[in-house]
Design a protein around this ligand. Structure first.
Ligand code: SAJ
Length: 428
């Protein structure tokens, strides 16, 4: 039986979502073309050089290089176009759809009849129908559901996760028509191992992703508030959360920290807040959770100031080692990381900062942990990288670092307190 020639798939945006997706499709025998904004990045990816530091992606891309360019004309040679461009927020926390609008305009220009366009980027409920589809119709002169279909299959990539990946993460799909839904689900099921679930509409698929991440943000805010409250009661919040987690049902542990970073959790709630506002609804609870989480960098710096006061030290001429820039452990992604606000607050308070992140040497001002500690009187752990979890009291004592603020509660408090080091965690 002659194997059916797999049609070409174009992936617009080869970042932490689009690149693993392109590699997987190529591995499964699809003809794949990538489109990016930067010609140098296009050259590297075509040569099998990954712009993403992830070791697995690096290895796989070497084996399956993706032909990539900055031209959208490849859309004209493909019937499947998957859009994976960033959807950040502006300084005002309003959604920034500029990259998405630009991509849709260029896809529309080359869109052909019988095409399937899938949006994987995270957007607020209603955005695909209000923004993406009108641009595609206007630029292509084609008619939705007659000449082309549009679906939303929200990305669920978890950077740095060794267990869940593009191939096995379950997905949901919402489409502009029953025909489009059937086609899109069949396509995704042809290369994914994870379950693909049909939603009743595009809006439902958009809402699923936003709800997943709002759920996480409010639960983190809950434990951050507990941490600030229990700290005044002399209760170790980490021990209480772990105690509550012995309940085998109806409890999902989250952990307090010096802030909530990344391109998803601190961003996605604003998508829902801003869209709901347009429909006349105020998400007070989501806004309060964002306010609590956004205040954690300030709370963390105040713990340091309290420590200095307790030890009778003046703030002036105090050097602080800021350990970690990445928004979560063992990755090199610092988007929306609380580290930047902590550094800004330290500088505003006249502290001098020494920055070290083993995964982001380019933005570090010290070349090693010991070099950072040697120059410092105090240290704040912002990211629980494995290297920092191995810090021992002696590492601080030999460098005369007398104060440790553990912004990720990743060290054994008693070990440091019993060594005479002033230790404060978040809620312990
Ligand atoms: N954080 C806390 N306390 C927690 C969990 C996280 O303070 O209990 C902080 C982290 O330090 C980090 C931020 O929140 O700064 C985000 O952490 P995250 O583990 O949620 O990491 P992300 O942003 O990579 O989240 C992704 C999300 N995946 C997608 O959006 C597709 C999210 O939906 C997943 O729940 C999350 O991975 C996961 O479960 O690891």
């Amino acid at each position: 039986m002659i194997a059916r020639k797999k049609s070409q798939v174009v992936i617009v945006g080869l970042g932490y979502v689009g690149l693993p997706l392109a590699i997987l499709l190529k591995k499964k025998g699809h003809l794949v073309k990538g489109i990016v904004r930067n010609s140098e990045k296009a050259k590297f990816i075509s040569q099998g050089v990954s712009p993403i530091k992830d070791d697995l992606i690096k290895k796989e891309l070497q084996r399956w290089p993706i032909e990539t360019s900055i031209n959208f004309n490849e859309v004209a040679n493909s019937q499947k176009i998957i859009i994976c461009v960033p959807t950040p927020v502006k300084k005002s926390n309003a959604p920034d759809y500029q990259p998405l609008v630009a991509a849709c305009k260029k896809v529309g220009k080359f869109l052909k009849r019988n095409s399937m366009v899938v949006l994987e980027s995270t957007v607020n409920p209603g955005a695909t129908e209000a923004l993406v589809i009108p641009i595609l119709e206007r630029e292509s002169g084609l008619e939705l559901n007659k000449d082309f279909d549009v679906s939303h299959c929200p990305e669920r990539i978890n950077p740095g996760d060794a267990n869940w990946n593009t191939e096995n993460i379950p997905r949901v799909v919402g489409s502009s028509s029953k025909k489009g839904l059937k086609k899109t689900i069949a396509f995704y099921r042809s290369f994914l191992k994870g379950q693909v679930t049909a939603m009743k509409s595009i809006k439902e698929a958009e809402a699923v992703k936003i709800v997943e991440n709002c759920f996480r943000d409010i639960n983190i805010a809950f434990v951050n508030e507990l941490a600030m409250s229990f700290s005044k009661m002399g209760i170790d919040v980490l021990s209480v959360i772990n105690g509550a987690n012995t309940k085998p049902f109806a409890f999902l542990p989250h952990f307090p920290g010096c802030g909530v970073g990344g391109h998803c959790i601190p961003v996605d709630p604003y998508y829902l807040i801003s869209y709901a506002r347009k429909t006349g609804f105020a998400h007070d609870f989501l806004k309060l959770a964002r306010k609590i989480n956004n205040n954690m960098p300030n709370y963390t710096v105040n713990l340091l100031k309290e420590g200095l006061k307790d030890k009778g030290k003046k703030i002036r001429k105090i050097n602080v080692a800021v350990l970690g820039l990445a928004y979560k452990a063992n990755i090199d992604d610092s988007r929306e990381s609380p580290a930047f606000e902590i550094i800004e607050l330290l500088n505003k308070n006249k502290f001098k900062t020494v920055i070290y992140d083993p995964h982001i040497p380019s933005k570090s001002t010290a070349g090693s942990l010991n070099e950072a500690l040697k120059q410092s009187d105090a240290a704040i752990i912002v990211t629980d990288h494995d290297e920092f979890k191995r810090i021992k009291p002696i590492d601080l004592m030999k460098n005369k670092v007398g104060i440790l603020i553990d912004g990720r509660n990743c060290l054994n408090k008693d070990l440091f307190v019993n060594s005479g080091i002033y230790y404060r965690g978040i809620g312990r």
